[in-house]
Design a protein around this ligand. Structure first.
Ligand SMILES: Nc1nc2[nH]cnc2c(=O)[nH]1
Length: 166
């Protein structure tokens, strides 16, 4: 039987804060400062992931895409439809696509893709697109609920001084 989502707004903030901590850990180990986690219908943390663009030399190694690969191997789409992905920054088009194809039903994100683009600029390491994840989900045949941007300031802090140095 599929569990119904009961996660509360207070849990949303706590879990989004955890994704920002993962972004800080990602930066500390030499990767880009992004983190993401998957929470079950009741808000229990099921999986966590960080960016691996630097450590694995994989330019598609975004935190959310790494998480969705793990999620789609570990869980059935009927269950993932009741789960939420929390991510320190709005998912890019590739990551939003991976959320859609894995079957996750809800996304809560930190700073917006537009704000990220303004913050990073034309850095060749991260040519941020100008495409909200809602636009990607709206093109699909399955509903993905999006909540965000939330904690915009907190999620931007982890990028401070990072991109200028690359
Ligand atoms: N949202 C997001 N954007 C990125 N841009 C480069 N890497 C990432 C990532 O891991 N997540």
């Amino acid at each position: 039987m599929t569990q119904t989502r009961t996660v509360t707004p207070e849990q949303d903030i706590a879990l989004l804060t955890r994704s920002i901590e993962l972004a800080t850990e990602s930066r500390a180990r030499g990767d880009h400062p992004f983190g993401a986690l998957l929470a079950g219908p009741d808000g229990a943390v099921l999986l966590e992931a960080m960016n691996t663009c630097g450590s694995k030399g994989d330019r598609t190694g975004h935190a959310e895409r790494n998480l969705m690969t793990q999620a789609s191997i570990a869980y059935a789409p009927e269950f993932l439809a009741q789960c939420t992905m929390y991510t320190s920054a709005e998912p890019c088009a590739m990551c939003a696509g991976s959320v859609y194809w894995a079957g996750v039903g809800r996304v809560v994100h930190g700073m917006s893709e537009v704000a990220l683009k303004a913050l990073i600029g034309p850095d060749p390491e991260n040519l941020t697109m100008d495409l909200p994840c809602r636009a990607v989900f709206d093109a699909g045949q399955r509903r993905v609920e999006v909540v965000g941007p939330l904690l915009s300031r907190e999620s931007a802090v982890v990028h401070e001084g990072f991109w200028e140095g690359l």
